[in-house]
Design a protein. Sequence first.
Length: 120
Amino acid sequence: MLNGQSILVIEEEFLVALDIQRILESAEAGQLVFARSVAEAHDFSARWPEFSMAIISMGAQQDGAIALAQALSAQQTALVLTTTVPPQTGLPGLDGAAMVAKPFAEDELLTACASALERR
């Protein structure tokens, strides 16, 4: 389904990151790069153009995660945002982002990935 897509995953929780890795690998994703925080994701900024998609956890650093998502979106990166508390309204500048509520099932994440890639 993901046909070799390069994906940046920003996820603070180790076990959730492992689950995301398993799901993406089973969907035949290509290169997966993991960051444990928004700050660590910025360490990869020189490589951002390589990523066709980013999956960003909207955790405790939500303001930083929104800014990161906006920066990636500006580079035409497809976005999937994961969150335990979905926002009541859309996020500014992120109309094309797919949103998935945690905990999510495998098919929910993959559907969001497909949707984000279509919108890109």
